[in-house]
Design a protein around this ligand. Structure first.
Ligand SMILES: NC(=O)c1ccc[n+]([C@@H]2O[C@H](COP(=O)([O-])OP(=O)(O)OC[C@H]3O[C@@H](n4cnc5c(N)ncnc54)[C@H](O)[C@@H]3O)[C@@H](O)[C@H]2O)c1
Length: 400
């Protein structure tokens, strides 16, 4: 007969917390040794506890980053969120106005490529999780000026990874940060009419933007395999929702439509993208941080393939209802010269993140589009402040 004792084991790593039932002292000693070995060899693979953590969000003033900041405060009350952002044309502090006065929020204005500042910030903030979103993100701009994309997306990501590694070397296993590197499905190139991108798909980037993201993904991968930094990479499809800079398709078309301006559709409008409600992307990122396995990559998608023309027609239909006028909004559609090297189709197989982490998009495309159009209509001041700056919704990206 074994005398059974119950022991709560904590502190092997920040993430590990379990209740043991063991028989003899010898069995217990063996078990403890195995757990200690597992903690050394397999640091960071257990799901992390998620109360009162410190999150560092690079690019937190941008579209997805600011949605993530709001999501973290809503879903993980008591957490501290530090935004590290250069505040480029795409970074907008208006996006963070609602949290700006919270004591648990902090903004560090800085460039990912500023090695000393990135390192000093990580040393001071001691994040439990780093979400790396800061990037130059607009394909058209990457065609006109690829250099900045290489600097920010490749070298900037390298600097944050390297800073996280040097910080983690100074820390015990119990306080090393998890690193969620946020990437795109565009690294996989273009699909034909059938098939899906899986985590095993070959990297075939076609634009300077996607090539720079692919470079960053490879560096992130190497930092796990070479140094054991607990990096998790996500490759997501096109996002839509509040706070998106109005150079991107959905806000651009919405704002042009209500102002009676042309609705530009590239080429024949038949390029297909998979669309995901931005808050669902944020949910996937938090799942990846808390339950993802270091060294793994996860594709994230919305199961909502639409041609660009279908997206524009959807916006027009919503506006015909919300802002009716004499001619239907689709009469403003104008076909314009295609983007050089425009990928034809992206489609995501998100079955791995669904199966392993329990991710499921909560929003249908139709409901999400309606909410999005309503948001831009009811946030005209937000839109006007951006367009009164240097950006005037002009056509970019014809340099190729
Ligand atoms: N938008 C999408 O549909 C989508 C889809 C998949 C993946 N992603 C990825 O998600 C991330 C966020 O995308 P987004 O659409 O929110 O981009 P965004 O352009 O709206 O925001 C980027 C943010 O990064 C900041 N930034 C740029 N350069 C910087 C630098 N050198 N140092 C510090 N901060 C800097 C900007 O100021 C801005 O706040 C990107 O990495 C992008 O590749 C986007």
């Amino acid at each position: 007969m074994f005398d059974v004792t119950e022991v709560r084991v904590t502190g092997l790593s920040r993430e590990s917390q379990c209740t043991l039932r063991f028989g003899s002292g010898a069995l217990f000693a063996i078990f403890m040794a195995l757990l200690a070995m597992a903690a050394i060899l397999d640091y960071g693979s257990a799901p992390m506890a998620h109360t009162h953590l410190t999150y560092l969000v690079t690019g937190g003033a941008g579209f997805i980053g600011s949605n993530l900041v709001h999501y973290l405060f809503a879903q993980r009350p008591g957490s501290r969120v530090v935004v590290f952002d250069k505040l480029t044309y795409a970074g907008n502090l208006d996006n963070l106005e609602a949290v700006a006065s919270r004591p648990e929020y902090e903004l560090v204005k800085g460039d990912l490529c500023d090695r000393e500042l990135v390192r000093a910030t990580l040393r001071r903030v001691k994040p439990d999780v780093i979400f790396n979103l800061a990037a130059e993100s607009h394909v058209d701009r990457s065609i006109d000026g690829p250099s900045l994309f290489m600097q920010t997306n490749v070298m900037g990501t390298f600097e944050v990874l390297d800073a996280a590694l040097s910080q983690s070397r100074e820390l015990s296993n119990t306080s090393k940060p998890r690193f969620v590197h946020v990437s795109t499905d565009e690294v996989f190139g273009s699909l034909g009419p059938t098939g899906y991108f899986t985590e095993e798909s070959q990297y075939r980037p076609n634009s300077p933007y996607s090539a720079s993201k692919a470079g960053a993904d490879h560096i992130a991968r190497a930092y796990f395999h070479t140094y054991g930094l607990p990096v998790i990479t996500t490759n997501c499809s096109n996002n839509y929702g509040p706070y998106q800079f109005p150079e991107k398709l959905i806000p651009l078309v919405t704002l042009n439509a209500v102002e009676g301006k042309p609705l530009p559709v590239y080429g024949d409008g038949k390029n297909i993208r998979d669309w995901l409600w931005v808050e669902d992307h944020c949910a996937a990122l938090l799942l990846a941080a808390e339950r993802g396995t270091p060294g793994e990559t996860y594709n994230v998608g919305g199961n909502s393939e639409r041609t660009n023309l279908e997206v524009v027609h959807t916006i027009c239909r919503v506006l015909d209802e919300l802002r009716p006028k004499a001619n239907p909004h689709e009469s403003q559609i104008t076909f314009v010269k295609d983007r050089p090297g425009h990928d034809r189709r992206y489609a995501i197989d998100a079955s791995k993140i669904t199966r392993e982490l329990g991710f499921r998009p909560s929003m249908t495309f139709e409901a999400g589009m309606r909410k999005t159009v309503e948001w831009y209509l009811s946030h005209r001041e937000w839109c006007d402040r951006i367009t009164q700056g240097t950006y005037r919704r002009e056509r970019l990206g014809l340099a190729g």
